[in-house]
Design a binder for this molecule. Structure first.
Ligand code: ATP
Ligand code: MG
Length: 248
């Protein structure tokens, strides 16, 4: 049975879609991975994979039975084991109904895939209310700012209160120069002050911005600073021990 990961956060714009798409690509080197977009109002997982307007059907077409899963699911170029199903650009069905449909799809597809990654919108609203499940795993993405960490913790608390224990923290956009100057919280302090176990650090990386604007993934750029960090998170998710990444 495949493992399901919901990629969530407290604050918006901290890098959920970036982490979701790149870690999924790293995992797909050895495993069969499905990525689902649960950001039903402001979906952009398709952009992260360089596939905006290059797919015909989406989750809503599946809901309406205008398409089968095979019609709607897209094979991500360059990643033979990576499949994605995108959210509609113009949603007609209510968020609640589409989320319930998505949950049933997760339950069905976890029999076929080793890993299912679900890219969630920010916050602890309807998406986590409908999709969260104690059997699933959660990556809470934060940047190293007090507000993002605090909001991430409150999102984790919500998950804990619903019996979801398998929650891990990803700290994205780490800038060691700011930490050295005491302009950003020290990573040890973050580990000490949050109740969420850290699973990975990702550096601030211009390749992520470049990749996002040129239809590629930072993970696919061999010289990108963040590539190893995404790969290490994927390894840790499969149970392989890796030291925490160190950046200059
Ligand atoms: N490690 C990084 N280095 C540099 N830029 C980054 C990094 N991670 C993310 N970004 C940039 O931050 C922006 C937001 O990232 P992303 O869309 O992944 O966040 P999000 O949490 O999914 O946002 P939303 O809450 O709107 O869904 C993007 O422009 C992305 O390129
Ligand atoms: Mg996003």
């Amino acid at each position: 049975m495949g493992k399901v990961f919901l990629i969530a956060s407290g604050k918006g714009g901290v890098g959920k879609t970036t982490v979701c798409s790149n870690v999924a690509a790293a995992l797909a080197e050895k495993h069969k991975v499905l990525v689902l977009d649960a950001d039903l109002d402001l979906s952009n997982l398709d952009i992260a994979f360089g596939l905006r307007n290059r797919h015909v059907y989406d989750l809503q077409d599946l809901y309406y039975r205008n398409a089968t899963f095979e019609d709607a699911a897209v094979s991500v170029p360059g990643h033979p084991n990576l499949t994605a199903l995108f959210a509609p650009l113009y949603r007609e069905v209510s968020v609640e109904l589409l989320l319930r449909f998505l949950k049933s799809l997760i339950e069905e597809k976890k029999r076929e895939y080793d890993y299912i990654f679900v890219d969630c919108p920010a916050g602890r609203g309807k998406t986590l209310e409908v999709l969260s499940d104690p059997r699933y795993r959660y990556l809470i993405v934060t940047t190293p700012d007090r507000t993002a960490i605090s909001d991430g913790e409150r999102t984790a608390d919500y998950l804990f209160s619903r019996g979801c224990e398998r929650v891990r923290l990803v700290v994205n956009r780490v800038r060691p120069s700011l930490i050295k100057k005491n302009h950003a919280p020290d990573i040890d302090d973050i580990i000490d002050t949050t109740a969420i176990r850290l699973i990975g650090l990702i550096p601030e990386d211009v390749s992520v911005i470049r990749a996002g604007n040129t239809d590629t993934l930072a993970y696919d750029l061999p010289k990108s600073r963040s590539r190893t960090a995404f790969g290490n998170i994927a390894l840790r998710l499969t149970g392989v021990y890796r030291d925490l990444d160190k950046f200059n």
